[in-house]
Design a protein around this ligand. Structure first.
Ligand code: T1G
Length: 700
């Protein structure tokens, strides 16, 4: 056979085993090995064929690393055609996650069995693609059009039991011994004279689809697709599965797949896929860096952040103690957690039993003595450096040696906090994003003295609690918030120059941001920034805050007060433009001697997003971030940047660094040098005709 696919006949069943770590992706060697094994099985004494995998999972999809390279035979469709035309029953035996081309391979088999913990899915949409090996044609034939559309446009995996109910899995095994149980199931099928089922032989009655269904579905999906095109093409493929014979439907699928795989959106989303995994790796850290065992966690502060962080740990079965100054604050914090879980239960996303299990893992205390033997403490108190230093001094005096002492600070100097202890090597930043139990980004902030095993522990723990981690060195605002300053500043200055809040936010949302910058300010509360500015020793440039200050001083704090940059419908919280605010903006512009003008969409896009890129370049050359891809991950998972654009640095490469550089120089010369100084690295790469991706390759 081959180094990645073995074949042997056991009890008259031909067993094909794929063993191609890490996820048995359908590389050329795997495709060739399976095809050869199926052909060999046609001629031997086997009465049926089982296709299974070694290692952590069944085939997890096409080999994404092969995309963009010249195609290598046998193609996946060719391999599947041999599988589907086998004269002997072929049974896929699934464990782990059968995803994408992996699940499509299983669908081309006659039967599918799986262990209870297995999941199946078609996540191609998350890569800006569609299932390109028959998934859009076979799933609707088995599970029906609606279920197929939900599964393929969401890309979410389906657990084995549910897949069994949908008909996508024929048999859920006991799961004690996959190979033995799969062989027994194959024998049972042979001995019972099971039909040579082929999914392609199922037809869907077009009359069963209500008129206008597909167009309505397109409209519904377009809202959540945020400009992504794959969902629309998936719907067209499923429509073809209803109206066309299998081979013609496969032709439609192949054509639309080819369109997507060369699309900028898919290239961006595939970049994001690999960047996320790259970001979890710390340059220069030995692969065998030990990891500390985190069995018990304490969180100092049970406010919004502390409570959300506590839920992250309870959700994965790690006991967590909240520490508060007094019982009243503690009870309030625990009450908020209970309420958050109850809301999830009401939405049907959590069972009562699981809620109870998680709540039982979250306890509270007002005494540091109760947390002296925890393995990790995360401080989540006010963003006041003196309070943080006081907390860390107390932790240092109380908590056992070897515990990790983390701060959730968004801005403060982690080195300064570490110096408040005698163990700076155990101090690290774990910057969660609000709401901490929802937002996936975790900025891991490396202090100058943070130990390697602390970093490796926190990166691994971050993944365990469902976060996407990116490493930052210490600077004001780390990666995300530091870059956000320029973005927010320009949003404010665009108003003074003549754009309205609606114009700025709708251009940002058309670009793909989850929410425009001014609406985000209203959501977070304009008073937060106001208080921070009031605390500054040096008053900020009025051009960057005169409107925001005036709004707060007139009681317009944002959604929490019913009005900020916008008015908010009390029932729906829908935002409405407010002529009062638009007049206030005009008055403030006049006060500053700014002559307002029409602002183009292009100027808004460039003035919002080029500062992100420029600051990202500075962050790279200062060594604050390891890679441009890490910066992309911060923005994709922490700030609602559209994944179809890959992140600010990937987007910059697509725009072209020369264009970005020239535009920033133009803004410097027309809007003023205060806020428009091109980063030296950006200038250098532009002049050399290079990209940030080139920089990443050259810098390892
Ligand atoms: N191809 C190549 N490498 C892959 C891969 C893939 N499909 N999936 C994972 N890897 C690498 C990954 O980069 C990492 O590498 C290592 O495996 C472990 O991954 C024709 C066209 C399977 C749920 O989208 O969702 O099929 O960093 O850290 O957390 O219609 O990987 O170690 O060097 O994520 O245990 C469709 C993508 C492809 C599945 C495992 N399939 N993978 O999660 O490990 S397109 C997918 C995942 C397709 C067909 C279409 C997850 C996982 P390294 P990991 P994990």
């Amino acid at each position: 056979m081959s180094s990645v696919v073995s074949y042997e006949v056991i009890n008259n069943v031909g067993v094909i085993k794929v063993n191609s770590p890490p996820v048995n992706a359908l590389s050329q060697a795997v495709r060739e090995g399976i095809l050869n094994a199926v052909q060999a099985a046609q001629k031997d004494e086997s009465e049926a064929i089982v296709l299974m995998c070694e290692g952590r999972t069944f085939i997890a999809g096409a080999d994404i690393t092969e995309f963009g390279k010249p195609p290598m035979e046998p193609s996946l469709p060719a391999m599947l055609a041999v599988l589907e035309s086998s004269s002997k029953l072929v049974i896929a035996a699934i464990h782990g996650t059968a995803l994408g081309g992996g699940f499509e391979t299983a669908l081309a088999c006659n039967y599918r069995c799986a262990v209870p913990s297995a999941k199946v899915g078609l996540p191609e949409v998350k890569l800006g693609l569609l299932p390109g090996a028959g998934g859009t044609q076979r799933v609707p034939r088995i599970a029906g059009v609606k279920a197929a559309l939900e599964m393929i446009t969401s890309g979410n995996p389906v657990p084995a039991a549910q897949a069994n109910d949908m008909g996508l899995i024929d048999e859920v095994l006991a799961g004690q011994d996959l190979q033995a149980e799969a062989i027994a199931y194959a024998r049972e099928l042979v001995e019972s004279g099971a039909l040579h089922n082929r999914v392609r032989d199922i037809t869907i009655d077009p009359a069963s689809i209500e008129p206008g269904f597909f167009d309505n579905y397109r409209k519904q999906v377009a809202k959540r697709a945020r400009g992504q095109i794959a969902q629309d093409r998936i719907i067209s493929c499923v429509e073809a599965a209803v109206n066309l014979p299998m081979d013609e439907g496969l032709e439609v699928e192949r054509k639309l797949f080819s369109e997507l795989i060369t699309s900028p959106q898919s290239k961006a989303m595939r970049h994001a896929f690999f960047a996320e995994r790259e970001a979890a790796k710390i340059k220069g850290l030995p692969k065998d860096t030990p990891v500390r065992d985190i069995k018990k966690v304490a969180i100092i502060g049970s406010g919004t952040m502390g409570g959300g962080i506590a839920m992250c740990f309870a959700n994965v079965g790690i006991p967590v103690q909240l520490v508060e100054l007094n019982q009243e604050a503690l009870d309030r914090g625990l009450g908020v957690i209970q309420k958050n879980y109850s809301i999830t239960v009401k939405k049907g996303k959590l069972s009562e039993a699981d809620m109870a299990k998680r709540l039982a893992l979250i306890t509270g205390t007002t005494s540091y003595d109760d947390i002296k033997d925890v393995d990790l403490v995360i401080e989540a108190v006010f963003e006041n450096p003196d309070i943080k230093k006081e907390v860390f001094t107390k932790l240092d005096a109380t908590v056992k040696q070897g515990a990790i002492l983390a701060t959730n600070t968004s801005y403060q100097d982690v080195n300064m906090i570490a110096e408040a202890t005698k163990r700076p090597q155990d101090v690290v930043g774990m910057h969660f994003f609000s709401p901490a139990n929802v937002m996936k980004l975790l900025e891991v902030v490396r202090g100058d003295k943070t130990a390697d095993d602390v970093l490796s522990t926190v990166m691994q723990l971050g993944k365990k609690i469902g976060k996407v981690c990116a490493l930052s060195r210490v600077c004001y605002g780390f990666i995300g918030n530091r870059m956000l300053t320029g973005y927010g500043r320009q949003a404010h200055m665009l108003l003074l120059d003549g754009a309205t809040p609606t114009q700025v936010d709708s251009v940002a949302e058309k670009f793909g941001m989850a929410m425009g910058p001014l609406a985000v300010g209203d959501l977070a509360g304009l008073d937060i920034g106001y208080k921070a500015r009031q605390a500054l020793a040096e008053k900020p440039d009025p051009r960057t805050c005169i409107i925001a200050d005036a709004l707060v001083e007139s009681g317009r704090l944002g959604q929490k007060s019913g009005a900020g940059y916008y008015k908010y419908d009390p029932a729906t919280r829908a935002r409405q433009a407010d002529p009062e605010v638009e007049q206030l903006i005009k008055d403030k512009a006049k006060e500053l001697g700014i002559t307002q003008r029409d602002i183009s969409e292009e100027e808004i896009v460039d003035r919002l997003f080029f500062p992100l890129i420029n600051e990202g370049a500075l962050i790279l050359e200062e060594g604050i971030a390891q890679r441009p891809g890490d910066i992309d991950i911060v923005y994709l998972y922490g700030y609602g940047f559209p994944v179809a654009k890959g992140g600010p640095m990937f987007y910059a490469d697509q725009v072209g660094l020369q264009k970005v550089y020239d535009r920033i120089c133009e803004f410097r010369d027309t809007l003023g040098a205060d806020f428009w100084q091109p980063a030296p690295l950006l200038e250098k790469l532009a002049k050399e005709g290079k990209t940030f991706a080139d920089w990443a390759k050259e810098n390892g």
